[in-house]
Design a protein around this ligand. Structure first.
Ligand code: MSP
Length: 487
C-alpha cells in the first residue's frame, strides 16, 4: 500500500436487529488498528462503519418488539454507535442505511446499474423469476448443496421455498474480469486462505442474482419499478461508496474511492464482497476495492454466538471488567488473524493479569518509579535495545496477534533485564561504575518504553497516549497504574 495514497478502511455494516457482540467488536477493533497504524504515519485515512437497517429480518424483529421499523433501528443504531465509541473505534463516519443520503446514493447506483451494458454487450439488469430456498436470518437464497441436513448452515433453520418476479444482475458476464484481477493480485485477498476460498467460489460456479424483492416493503424502492425494493445486500454494499459521499459529494467520494480501499470482515460474507460487489462496481464504472481482508469467525463454548444458546459475549461486559484497552488486547491476541477459533473467555482474566497488569503495567510502574527515585526523573537519550520496527510491518499486513506477541516479548525481556541488573542494588552501590550502570540501564529502559508506546498505540490507544505523555515529561514521575489487577 502506497503511503501517499488516501486509505479508506471499512467494516461491514452490521444488522441493526441485535446489540453488538464480540464478533462485531473484533471487526471494528481490527479495522481501527489498521486505520490508526496509518494515521500514525500521517497517511490520510477514513474509517467507515455503520448499521444495515433494511430488510425483512429487521422489519420482523421490529414487529415482534411492537414498534415501527424506523423507531426500532433508530434505537439499535444508537446502541451500536455507542458501543463502538466506547471501544475507542475511531470511525470517521457511522453510516446508517436509512439515512436519506444513503438512500439517494443507492438509487443513483441502481439507475447506473439499470443503464449498464455488460462486457458481452448485454443489459446488466434483466427481469426474471426466482424460485428458491430463502433463509430469512441471512436474507439470502441458498442452493440445496449449501444446506446442511436441509437447514441453513448459519441459523440451523429450514429455509422457505419462495417464487418471485425480480430484477436480476448478469453477474456471469463479469466473472472472468474479477477472477483475473484476483489472480493478478489487483484485487488482493488477505490472508491467503481467503484467496483460496474465493477462487473456490469461482470453481463451484456463481449464479446471477436477483437485485430486488417483491415481498419486502422495508427497503429502498427501485427507481424504475417501485413495486420492488432493493435486495438488502444491494442496498448495503454501496454504503462503502455512499459513506464517503457517492450521490451527494462526488469529489469527496472520488478522493476516497480512487485511493486504496480495504474492506475488513469475517469469512461469512466473503462471497458478497469478493464476487458480487466487484461485479456491481464494474457494472457502474467504479474501480474495484484494492483489498479484501477476512478474519476468522469465532465461536463461544464451541458454538456460534446466539441469544437462544445464551453464549453471546457482550463487549460492554468485557469493558466493565478489563477496561477498553484490556478488551481490545484480549480480543486481538488469541488467534492469528484469519483463523477461526473458540474465544478463550475463561482464560481472559489470567491473560489480562499476566500480560497487562503484571507485564506492561508493572514494567511501566517500576521503570518510572526508579527514574523518579534514582535519577531525579531525568535520563539521557539512549537507543532502545530491542527495535520494534518490524512490528509496524506486521500491523500493516494484518498480523495483529504476531505484532502483539513481538511487543510483549520485548516487555518480558525488559522486565527480566531489570530483575537481572538489580538496579536497587546498583543504587546502593558505592562504586562510580554502579552509578554509571544504573544511569545507562534507566536510559535504555525509558527508550524501550518509548518504542513500546509507539508500537502499542494503534492497539491500545489510551495506554499508548498515557505512556507517551508520561515519558515526555521533563521530569519523569512514577506513572499511575495502567491496569488494575482483576480477580
Ligand atoms: N449486514 C451484513 C453486512 C453488510 S456489509 C455491506 C452482515 N451483518 S452482520 O451483523 O451479520 O455482521 C457480519 C460481520 O460481523 C462478520 O463479517 C464479522 O465482521 C462480524 N462478526 C459477526 N459474528 C462474528 C463472529 N462470531 N466472529 C467474528 N466476526 C463476527 O453480515
Amino acid at each position: 500500500m502506497a503511503r501517499g495514497i488516501p486509505l479508506l478502511v471499512t467494516t461491514p455494516i452490521f444488522y441493526a436487529n441485535a446489540a453488538p457482540h464480540v464478533g462485531h467488536a473484533y471487526t471494528g477493533i481490527a479495522s481501527d488498528v489498521i486505520a490508526r497504524c496509518w494515521r500514525q504515519q500521517d497517511r490520510k485515512t477514513f474509517l467507515l462503519t455503520g448499521t444495515d437497517e433494511h430488510g425483512q429480518k429487521v422489519a420482523d424483529t421490529a414487529a415482534k418488539a411492537g414498534v415501527t421499523p424506523q423507531a426500532f433501528v433508530d434505537q439499535q443504531a444508537k446502541v451500536f454507535e455507542h458501543v463502538f465509541r466506547k471501544l475507542d473505534i475511531g470511525f470517521d463516519r457511522f453510516i446508517r442505511t436509512t439515512e436519506p443520503d444513503h438512500i439517494a446514493g443507492v438509487q443513483e447506483f441502481l439507475q447506473k446499474l439499470k443503464a449498464a451494458t455488460t462486457p458481452l454487450g448485454r443489459p446488466a439488469v434483466y427481469q426474471g423469476e426466482y424460485s428458491g430456498l430463502y433463509c430469512q436470518g441471512c436474507e439470502r437464497f441458498y442452493t440445496e448443496k449449501e444446506l446442511v441436513d436441509g437447514k441453513c448452515p448459519l441459523h440451523n433453520t429450514v429455509p422457505q421455498q419462495l417464487v418471485e418476479h425480480n430484477w436480476f444482475f448478469r453477474l456471469a458476464d463479469y466473472l472472468p474480469i474479477i477472477q483475473k484481477a484476483i489472480a493478478k493480485n489487483e484485487l488482493k485477498l488477505i490472508p491467503t486462505t481467503t484467496k483460496q476460498e474465493v477462487l473456490g467460489f469461482f470453481k463451484q460456479g456463481v449464479q446471477d442474482f436477483s437485485i430486488s424483492r417483491e415481498r419486502v416493503r422495508w427497503g429502498v424502492p427501485l427507481p424504475w419499478d417501485p413495486t420492488q425494493t432493493a435486495y438488502v445486500w444491494v442496498d448495503a454494499l454501496p454504503n462503502y461508496l455512499t459513506g464517503v459521499g457517492f450521490g451527494k459529494d462526488a469529489k469527496h467520494a472520488r478522493n476516497w474511492w480512487r485511493g486504496d480501499v480495504v474492506h475488513v470482515m469475517a469469512r461469512d460474507i466473503l462471497k458478497f464482497h469478493a464476487v458480487y460487489w466487484p461485479a456491481l462496481l464494474l457494472a457502474v464504472g467504479e474501480p474495484m476495492p484494492s483489498t479484501i481482508v477476512a478474519h476468522g469467525f469465532f465461536t463461544v463454548n464451541g458454538q456460534k454466538m446466539s441469544k437462544s444458546i445464551g453464549n453471546v459475549v457482550d463487549p460492554v461486559d468485557l469493558i466493565a471488567k478489563y477496561g477498553v484497552d484490556g478488551t481490545r488486547y484480549l480480543l486481538l491476541t488469541p488467534f492469528p488473524f484469519g483463523q477461526d477459533g473458540d474465544l478463550p473467555v475463561e482464560r481472559f482474566t489470567e491473560r489480562y493479569n499476566a500480560d497487562l497488569a503484571n507485564g506492561l503495567g508493572n514494567l511501566v510502574s517500576r521503570t518510572t518509579n526508579m527514574v523518579e527515585r534514582y535519577a531525579n526523573g531525568v535520563v539521557k537519550l539512549a537507543k532502545a535495545p530491542k527495535s520494534l520496527a518490524k512490528t509496524r510491518k506486521l500491523t500493516e499486513t494484518f498480523q495483529f496477534s504476531q505484532a502483539l506477541a513481538d511487543i510483549w516479548a520485548t516487555v518480558t525481556w525488559a522486565n527480566q533485564a531489570i530483575d537481572k541488573a538489580r538496579p536497587w542494588d546498583l543504587a546502593k552501590g558505592e562504586h562510580a561504575t554502579d552509578a554509571k550502570k544504573l544511569a545507562a540501564l534507566l536510559a535504555e529502559l525509558v527508550a524501550q518504553l518509548k518504542e513500546i508506546a509507539v508500537a502499542i498505540t494503534p492497539y491500545l490507544p489510551e495506554t499508548g497516549a498515557t505512556l507517551t505523555k508520561c515519558l515526555r515529561q521533563k521530569k519523569i514521575v512514577k506513572a499511575p497504574p495502567l491496569f488494575q489487577r482483576v480477580v
